[in-house]
Design a protein around this ligand. Structure first.
Ligand SMILES: [Zn+2]
Length: 58
């Protein structure tokens, strides 16, 4: 079931290393790039309350 001249995923190869992530507090909306803080400086939520959100391109 292999098609040697089939589809080829074209697109950006892969942005390897300097991939940034953004963390957003699900309680108050505070967000920070890089690493999730130990606790939200705005509302004091624990790190578990943070979720990764996509960073808008540009
Ligand atoms: Zn918060």
């Amino acid at each position: 079931m292999e098609d040697s001249k089939g589809h080829r995923a074209d697109g950006p190869a892969r942005n390897a290393e300097s991939v940034s992530i953004r963390w957003a507090c699900t309680l108050c909306g505070y967000h920070v790039d890089g690493e999730a803080p130990v606790a939200c400086p705005e509302c004091g939520a624990a790190r578990e309350e943070f979720e990764v959100v996509p960073i808008p391109a540009g």
